[in-house]
Design a protein around this ligand. Structure first.
Ligand code: AN0
Ligand code: CP
Length: 316
C-alpha cells in the first residue's frame, strides 16, 4: 500500500477487513516489522483517538512514531503556489513536506475542512500537497473530505457485532451547536456502500451530502422511519454541503433517544467520538449495553495497525 487517502486506495475491502481481524487476533505478531523505521503523525487540529491509537498501533509494530502539532511546534506553512511569502507563513509546504519525507518512511496527516470555501476543501489542498511534495507513504488521519481510518474501524466494529449477514445500518444526522465537517459521514457512506450492508441515510432537508458521495442512494427524511428494524444506528453531525459549511438547523428533535432506539431491531449505537451527550445522543443510550462507541474507538488501533503493516510490508 503506497497511500491511504480514501476508499479508492483499497482494492479489496473484504481482504482489508480480514487483515484487520488477523492483526487484532495477534497484535504483537509483527512486532519487528517496523524496526529501524519511523512514522511522523502531523496534526493541524485536535485529536484524542487518532493521536493515541496511531501511536499505539505503531508501537505494536515496533515502528517509532513522532507526533508533530505542526501549527504550535513547527513554522506556519504556506500551501498556495506562487505567493509572495511576506505575511504570516515562514515556510512553504514544498520544502516542509520534502524535508519531513526525508526523515520518515510514513507520514500521516490530520487536516480538517475549514468549511469556508467548498472548492478549497473538496480539492483536498493540504492532503494533496503532502502527496505531491512528500516522498514518504501518506496516511489520511481525517482530511477535508474523508476519514478513512474511522470508517475502517466502523467496518470492523459492525462486522464483529452483526447478527445477520447483511445488517441494516442507518447513518443519522444529529444536532450540534458548531459547524462540523462532512468527512466522517462521507467516508462512512462510501465504505458501507462497498460492504455487505443495507445502508439508509437520514437527515433534515438541506443536509444532503455531496452527490458524488451519495451516489444515487435515496435519503429517508423521516428519522423514526429510518430507525425501524435497524441493526446499527450511526449518529453524526455534519454541516450543510449545499449551503457550504453552514449550520442550517440545530433541531433538537433529531437527537438519538432511548425511545427512538426502541424502534430498531435491538440496534446497536455507533458514534466516532468525541460526542456531545444529550445533544447528539441521550445519556441513556450511550450508557446502555446498546452502545458500541468504546469498542469502535478501540478498533481505531487495529485499523491503523493494519494500514501501517501493509505499508511496511511493501517497503522496498
Ligand atoms: C470532528 C468532525 O466532526 O469531523 C472530528 C471527528 C472525528 N469532530 C469535532 O470536531 C467535534
Ligand atoms: N474519532 C476521532 O477521530 O477522534 P479524535 O478526533 O479524537 O482523533
Amino acid at each position: 500500500m503506497k497511500q491511504f487517502l480514501n476508499i479508492n486506495d483499497v482494492t479489496d475491502l473484504n481482504a482489508l477487513l480480514d487483515e484487520a481481524l488477523k492483526v487484532k487476533a495477534n497484535p504483537y505478531g509483527y512486532s519487528s516489522l517496523g524496526q529501524n523505521k519511523a512514522a511522523c503523525l502531523i496534526f493541524l487540529n485536535p485529536s484524542l483517538r487518532t493521536r493515541l491509537s496511531s501511536q499505539r498501533a505503531a508501537q505494536n509494530l515496533g515502528l517509532h512514531a513522532v507526533v508533530l502539532d505542526i501549527d504550535d511546534q513547527g513554522w506556519k506553512i504556506e500551501f498556495e503556489d506562487g505567493t509572495i511569502m511576506d505575511g504570516d507563513s515562514s515556510e512553504h509546504i514544498k520544502e516542509a513536506a520534502a524535508v519531513i519525507g526525508s526523515y520518515f518512511e510514513i507520514v500521516a496527516i490530520r487536516a480538517f475542512a475549514r468549511l469556508q470555501n467548498h472548492d478549497e476543501d473538496y480539492s483536498e489542498q493540504i492532503m494533496n500537497a503532502f502527496v505531491k511534495y512528500c516522498p514518504a507513504k501518506i496516511i489520511n488521519m481525517e482530511s477535508a473530505t474523508a476519514h478513512p481510518l474511522q470508517a475502517f474501524a466502523d467496518l470492523i466494529t459492525i462486522f464483529e457485532n452483526k447478527k445477520v449477514i447483511r445488517p441494516k445500518v442507518v447513518l443519522s444526522w444529529a444536532p450540534h451547536p458548531k459547524a462540523l465537517p462532512q468527512a466522517v459521514a462521507n467516508s462512512f457512506v462510501r465504505w458501507m456502500q462497498k460492504s455487505d450492508a443495507e445502508l439508509v441515510v437520514t437527515h433534515p432537508e438541506g443536509y444532503e451530502l455531496s452527490p458524488e458521495v451519495i451516489n444515487g442512494l435515496s435519503v429517508e427524511y423521516e428519522q423514526e422511519k429510518a430507525f425501524e428494524n435497524a441493526d446499527f444506528i450511526y449518529a453524526k453531525n455534519w454541516s450543510s454541503y449545499s449551503d457550504y459549511g453552514k449550520v442550517i438547523s440545530e433541531d433538537a428533535s433529531w437527537m438519538v433517544t432511548r425511545q427512538k432506539m426502541e424502534r430498531t431491531s435491538g440496534g446497536r449505537f455507533l458514534h466516532c467520538l468525541p460526542v456531545r451527550r444529550n445533544v447528539i445522543v441521550e445519556d441513556s443510550v450511550l450508557d446502555s449495553d446498546q452502545s458500541l462507541v468504546i469498542e469502535q474507538a478501540q478498533n481505531r488501533v487495529f485499523a491503523m495497525q493494519t494500514v501501517l503493516k501493509l505499508m511496511l510490508e511493501n517497503e522496498i
